[in-house]
Design a protein around this ligand. Structure first.
Ligand SMILES: CC(C)(COP(=O)(O)OP(=O)(O)OC[C@H]1O[C@@H](n2cnc3c(N)ncnc32)[C@H](O)[C@@H]1OP(=O)(O)O)[C@@H](O)C(=O)NCCC(=O)NCCS
Length: 139
């Protein structure tokens, strides 16, 4: 799914062994959405002391716009809050306007750009969300 939906046109950098390493890694969460026997979406997030990094998030095209991406991200955010890790950071391809709109809807804001981040073919937009902001607003 990563090669097909996220790294389209790039040399895939998330082979199965790398995902397996994250499944075993105690500071990573590999999360899958399940519908019967199908896995329509997944996410991988790595936790640091003060920030967590969302490595990957994807939902199958036929299952998009049904709230699965939001459900995966909210689950990860709740996990981060429990762990006391309040800032979530991520990078996405600069031309991925759909994903950018998705993250903005969920409260993420652009924090920077990295030229040629994706194999020198495409820039990255860096985004982040401080989970404490919504905690304060909803409290
Ligand atoms: C980005 C992605 C994960 C969103 O997953 P999703 O399950 O479709 O998202 P949701 O249904 O939970 O969307 C929640 C809200 O985000 C916004 N949103 C989601 N996709 C959007 C899009 N393509 N354009 C504009 N807004 C969008 C909408 O406000 C949506 O609510 P609505 O459907 O009620 O209007 C999915 O489009 C995807 O997998 N894309 C390909 C891979 C990718 O780009 N991954 C992210 C970069 S690592």
């Amino acid at each position: 799914m990563s090669a097909r939906l996220i790294e389209t046109g790039l040399t895939p950098s998330w082979p199965a062994e790398r995902v397996a390493r994250h499944i075993r890694h105690t500071e990573s969460v590999v999360l899958a959405a399940r519908e019967g026997l199908k896995l329509p979406g997944f996410a991988i997030m790595q936790f640091g002391d003060t920030t967590a990094h969302l490595n990957l998030l994807a939902v199958e095209p036929r299952s998009q716009r049904r709230g699965i991406g939001r459900a995966l991200l909210v689950w990860l955010e709740q996990t981060a809050l429990v762990a006391g890790t309040f800032v979530i950071q991520l990078e996405l391809r600069a031309m991925n306007l759909g994903a950018r709109a998705f993250y903005e809807t969920l409260g993420y804001r652009e924090t920077g750009r990295v030229n040629g981040y994706y194999q020198h073919l495409e820039d990255a937009v860096q985004m982040a969300r401080d989970l404490r902001v919504s905690v304060i607003q909803s409290g």
